[in-house]
Design a binder for this molecule. Structure first.
Ligand code: NAP
Length: 331
């Protein structure tokens, strides 16, 4: 069930002056208050709640007291609190998914779309049938719609899903979060930072500014957006809670390790050349993904949406050090 909050805004004065902080006077007499209804959503189903980003989104929605239902695939286990409904459903079975979605306001997909090609089209069809008011696909990534982002978007389901939702008439929000700092720069050495061997390859001179997010930041952005979704419906929304440079990632990793890394700097265009030479999909795609992030302006946006959603700027150093501590303690 969705929640309606009604706000009464006083109108401008008859003489056109703004009315804030002005005591009521006779200039208001013939102007009734304007009623503005703001819709927020409460009943939220989420698929992929055990994944990297899905677990952070689930944690925030649960903490913020949304009525969350977790969907999982047949045969899968999910570690969720006992008071959260768990529904096992095949994401490719439109009838079953429609039944599971009835009564939900929002369906968030945080599944690994690369492993489940086509499932989100079925999810959109099921949302339409079940009357779900908003679908958030599992994008949470770089901006595949920007000029540079389009280079690496070919063949990716995230790029096509907005078109499918628009065509079918299902309201959606695509969230572009930039790289997740804990995953990309600590866990996955392919991004250039090899924590285990204390080596780094930096593309460019290391001073390019990048808009990214911590897992917690993505969860906070989703939760805040569901409280006031209207401005974002059917939009590609750029959010970020950490702005940083590759040199700052290196500094945080060196601080965590207590030693200097073995570092080499390479021109960012090397990534385009690597992609051109490659013949299979992942080897062609990954350098372009890195290019999108490391090319100047490729993954940098202002804080307009983040500020409107109340996202505070987080600490890159704290996020990197915590993730690297966790990684090294497991090794
Ligand atoms: N911004 C970034 O830095 C960044 C990095 C990586 C990925 N991404 C994006 O974020 C999305 C989620 O990535 P992630 O790393 O959070 O995913 P993940 O942890 O690998 O997987 C998330 C969930 O997907 C479900 N899943 C896995 N294989 C599936 C399959 N074959 N069919 C259906 N569901 C399957 C599982 O949920 P159940 O077992 O509960 O069904 C799993 O918990 C990606 O698709 C990508 O678009 C962004």
């Amino acid at each position: 069930m969705s929640i309606e909050r009604t706000f009464i805004f006083s109108p401008r004065r008859a003489d056109g002056l703004p009315c804030s902080k002005i005591l009521p006077d006779e200039s208001f007499q013939h102007q009734p208050p304007i009623k503005v209804t703001i819709m927020s959503y409460n009943k939220v189903a989420i698929a992929g709640a055990g994944g990297n980003v899905g677990s952070a989104i689930f944690k925030q929605l649960y903490a913020d007291k949304y009525a969350v239902t977790v969907f999982t695939r047949p045969g899968m286990q999910s570690q969720i609190p006992s008071d959260v409904p768990l529904v096992t459903v095949d994401y490719n079975d439109v009838e079953a998914l429609t039944d599971a979605l009835r009564g939900q306001d929002v369906f968030i997909s945080a599944i690994n779309v690369q492993r489940a090609m086509g499932s989100e089209n079925v999810m959109i069809d099921a949302c339409l049938r079940a009357g779900v008011k908003l679908f958030i696909p599992s994008a949470f990534s770089v901006d595949f719609f920007s000029e540079i982002g389009q280079k690496c978007a070919f063949g990716l389901p995230q790029h096509k899903i907005a078109g499918y939702a628009r065509e079918r008439g299902q309201p959606f929000i695509i969230m572009t979060t930039g790289p997740w700092v804990e995953l990309c720069f600590v866990q996955h050495a392919m991004w250039g930072f090899d924590v285990k061997n204390r080596k780094a390859t930096i593309y460019g001179d290391g001073t390019t500014e990048i808009s990214g997010s911590s897992f917690e930041g993505v969860g906070q952005a989703v939760s805040a957006m569901l409280r006031r979704p209207e401005p974002y419906i059917n939009q590609i929304v750029q959010v970020s809670n950490i702005t940083f440079t590759p040199n700052q990632i290196l500094a945080a990793l060196e601080k965590q390790a207590g030693v200097k890394y073995d570092v080499q700097y390479k021109p960012v265009d090397d990534l385009l050349k690597q992609s051109e030479k490659a013949t299979d999909f992942p080897s062609k795609h990954y350098p372009l993904m890195l290019y999108t992030v490391y090319a100047p302006g490729g993954c940098r946006w202002d804080r307009t949406n983040s500020d409107a959603l109340g996202l505070k700027e987080g600490s890159l150093e704290a996020a990197i050090i915590k993730a690297a501590d966790e990684l090294t303690s497991r090794q």
